[in-house]
Write a protein that binds this ligand. Structure first.
Ligand code: SF4
Length: 470
């Protein structure tokens, strides 16, 4: 019996392929990779198929037709593409067993359960559930439609991901501009580069994000041992000559004892590699004495969500941080010269000009960071999305628009997106590195204003016509 798991991000449009599909960019392969590892260690062979490598459905059909069981790992952004591929898959082989799993099926299983082309929907973790499915199909047992994935308590028991299945990714290399005392991130490959995850579950409750990860991983935190993680680093360094890496845990710095042990054990490996990690404001502050030590062993960059300079907004987002903590942590990153990609969001229903001003003040103070400014885009399944949806505050038609890079899509009623756009422009100009970036931001501002006018009118008209027809 032949089994495969598909990453369904196919793009058949030539222009979009050129612009947006990068076969070397990070994909959420940890989930897929670990399922494949777990099946392999249990003597079941599962192939990986990256749909990004196909530029039409026919080629995909040719590849997929020999498989008897195919799993699709789906996120909300590629759900539509996954449905197309599943249809192609069933058309070419009507006996194939189709299973779906991943973030989107876990947060809205109903739409997958209702789809007749799908044989099984796995909610939550996939290792044990997918292995069971492989065995059931092999033995011709009846497949259940909806399964809640059993969790693996001891993460060390899963074999390391076979990295040869996945392309190496590109790192944003460290670059320091002494003249401006500016810490920047420069696009420069430092391959081979690999990503790692050391734990499951984020215990925080940011309303724009949770309970999505809790629905997938549950509420109890599980962490790999430091030794297991270091063994994997050494293994990949030896097999693939790893040159840099990224730790993708939502909150790598949350367990102080673990971090101290990691510093100690990693130093002993003498690997001397640059690495980046995701962090939270409070973790940077609470571990401020460990930041220089982490820097000594290679920590050079972090992605961090400050989100807002306003306590009111941080509280609304249930971020568990404050404006003053944002400033203290930003200062720690500045002092330690850690390249920082800082996320700021705008466009919440209760956000006022005063709140925007507080955020602008924060950006002005730490303008040498690499800021990412976004209009808030409600994540389906998150608490805030559900709240806005219940109040009827999300434009129905905006839900179909997935594309939002660089331009602002008006998604929430009563939010003044012109103010959002204006604030993003101001923040962008304050923190821009050079005239090229300033020019780009001005272009994005003009383009976004046009998009806001047209889409808002379209969304309002669509809802009015719909209301009248009821
Ligand atoms: S935004 Fe980050 S810290 Fe907050 S709940 Fe999500 S993963 Fe956790």
């Amino acid at each position: 019996m032949k089994c495969a798991i598909v990453y369904p991000q196919i793009e058949t449009n030539f222009l979009k392929r050129k612009l947006f599909i990068n076969n070397n960019s990070t994909i959420p392969f940890h989930g897929i990779g670990l399922i494949i590892s777990y099946c392999n260690q249990n003597n079941e062979n599962v192939d990986f198929i990256d749909a990004r490598s196909f530029n039409n459905y026919k080629n995909f059909a040719d590849k997929i037709k020999k498989y008897d069981l195919v799993g699709y790992s789906i996120m909300s952004v590629n759900a539509e593409k996954a449905f197309n591929l599943i249809k192609v898959n069933k058309d070419i082989n009507k006996n194939v067993i189709i299973c779906v799993g991943g973030v989107d099926p876990s947060i809205r299983p109903d739409i997958y359960v209702d789809n007749d082309l799908i044989d099984q929907v796995i909610c939550g973790e996939g290792e044990i559930a997918f292995l069971n499915l492989v065995k059931m199909v092999k033995n011709n047992y009846l497949v259940e439609k909806l399964v809640f994935g059993e969790k693996i308590e001891d993460l060390d028991t899963i074999s390391f991901i076979d990295r040869s299945l996945f392309p190496h990714e590109t790192i944003y290399d460290y670059h320091y501009y002494p003249s401006e005392n500016r810490l920047d991130i420069k696009m420069e490959p430092k391959n081979p580069y690999f990503t790692f995850i050391t734990s499951r579950v984020c215990k925080y409750n940011c309303s724009f994000c949770q309970p999505v990860s809790k629905k997938i991983f549950g509420k109890k935190e599980r962490v790999r041992t430091v030794k297991n993680f270091i063994d994997e680093l050494k293994d990949i360094r030896r097999k693939h000559g790893m040159n840099s890496f990224s730790i993708m845990d939502d909150n790598f710095l949350q367990n102080r004892d673990w971090i101290e042990k990691f510093i100690e054990m990693y130093e002993e490996t003498h690997m001397d590699l640059k690495f980046e990690l995701l962090s939270r404001v409070d973790h940077i502050y609470n571990n401020r004495d460990l930041i220089p030590k982490l820097k000594d062993i290679g920590f050079f960059a972090t992605f961090i969500g400050f989100e807002s300079g306003s306590d009111k907004i941080l509280k609304y987002l249930k971020k568990g941080t404050t404006a003053i903590l944002n400033e203290k942590s930003a200062q720690i990153l500045y002092d330690n010269k850690i390249s920082t990609v800082a996320s700021m969001m705008f466009g919440f229903p209760n956000e006022t000009h005063e709140d925007y001003k507080l955020t602008i003040d924060f950006v002005s103070k730490f303008k040498k960071m690499n800021f990412v400014f976004n209009a808030y885009n409600p994540l389906p399944g998150s608490a805030l999305y559900n709240e806005l949806e219940e109040k009827g505050l999300i434009y129905e038609k905006s839900k179909n628009i997935r594309f939002y890079v660089f331009i602002i899509i008006p998604r929430i009623k009563h939010v003044n997106y012109f103010s959002v756009n204006w604030t993003i422009l101001k923040c962008g100009l304050i923190s821009s590195k050079n005239n090229f970036e300033r020019g780009f931001r001005i272009m994005a501002f003009i383009f976004s204003n046009i998009v806001i006018i047209f889409l808002t009118l379209y969304f309002i008209l669509y809802e009015k016509i719909n209301d009248n027809m009821k």
